[in-house]
Write a protein that binds this ligand. Structure first.
Ligand code: ZN
Length: 339
């Protein structure tokens, strides 16, 4: 029967970073910060386990941002050279650092935190990494000839990182490609190729998460412009179905994505978002149980993984806890119905 998981991020406790904010500054420093991050990750692992989440995440408690958390330790990036760039196809302007020479990984980025969590949970465990295309859309390029060239360079670094995480016993490595929904033709031209490079040689499960973003105002405004049916997935899901990536994580709860899109992924495990991360209202388990069956018209129960639409970092902590409980309990209701 199907499993449950989360897209990735979960809120930082208020004592670790200012809540309900992306890129919030840490409240701690030095060893106290590392200890605080570990405590926060442990709390979230326990909450996920208690809620009935099968494949747990560290809640991204060890990083400030889902892209820059990885980039912070990469050489070749000038963090003082700030470029204002329209990102996600000009959906919003962001102040981003600039790549000024060949990028290089100086050592493991997430190994210590993955090892810490691996030793403390018997559940399957997921680690998230930013996808190459999304990295390239979140950083300025003053070195590589083209964006695909830069993406391939980052993909090689991600591959080294992913292999280390796999060796530590991580069960699922997920690449977050929120930029896929903004650059649909690039996905087919080089986005999937970059993902293949990032996942080359991995034997653990690989996943790609493609959503309509965190529930921040810019994304809410953008969604208003997308019309009655959001069909972005339609353009590249067939190519993704032919890819070597095992799992595709997509947004379904309270969104205008036609569930028929799932039918374009017959050969994949599909992480169906059954929790809306743009709403403060906590779903009832019954609502979660009612969202998922529509997906089962397109994939088998073995292919389905019940998930959240996206990360929950910007939500109040108690709301995110409630949503995790609803996800676990809703999945359980449906399992009983299907049994
Ligand atoms: Zn997302």
């Amino acid at each position: 029967m199907f499993k449950t998981t989360v897209a990735g991020s979960l809120p930082n406790p208020a004592w670790l970073a200012e809540p309900e904010k992306l890129w919030a500054a840490w409240q701690l420093a030095g060893d106290a910060l590392i200890e605080g991050q570990q405590d926060a990750a442990l709390a979230w692992i326990k909450t996920q386990e208690d809620a009935g989440i099968d494949i747990v995440s560290d809640g991204e408690q060890f990083r400030k941002h889902f892209v820059h958390g990885f980039l912070e330790s990469i050489e070749g990036i000038d963090w003082q050279k700030i470029t204002t760039m329209g990102i996600r196809d000009d959906r919003y302007d962001a102040q981003v650092p600039t790549v000024t020479s060949a990028v290089k990984r100086t050592g493991p980025v997430h190994s210590a935190s993955a090892k810490f969590c691996r030793e403390r949970t018997g559940h399957e465990m997921k680690m998230t990494l930013p996808g190459p295309m999304t990295i390239c859309d979140t950083i300025a390029n003053a070195h590589y000839d083209t964006r695909p060239d830069m993406a391939m360079a980052f993909a090689d670094l991600l591959n080294d990182e992913a292999k280390e995480l796999e060796a530590l016993g991580v069960d699922v490595i997920q690449f977050d490609e929120s930029a896929f929904n903004a650059f649909m033709s690039d996905v087919k031209e080089w986005g999937i190729e970059a993902l293949h490079r990032a996942t080359a040689g991995l034997k653990c499960k690989t996943a790609v998460h493609i959503c309509y973003g965190y529930g921040i105002q810019e994304n809410i405004d953008w969604k208003e412009t997308l019309g009655e049916e959001w069909r972005q997935y339609e353009e590249f899901f067939p190519a993704l179905n032919n890819s070597r990536i095992d799992q595709v994580s997509l947004e379904c709860a309270d969104s205008k994505v036609p569930l028929s899109m799932i039918g374009l992924l017959p050969d994949k495990e599909v992480l169906v978002g059954a929790i809306d991360v743009a709403s403060l209202e906590v779903e009832t388990p019954e609502k979660v149980a009612a969202t998922l069956p529509a997906a089962l018209e397109h994939v088998s129960t073995d292919q389905l993984v019940a998930c959240t639409n996206c990360g929950m970092a910007p939500l109040p902590r108690r709301v995110a806890e409630g949503k995790l409980k609803a996800l676990g309990a809703g999945a359980e209701i449906l399992r009983k119905e299907l049994a």
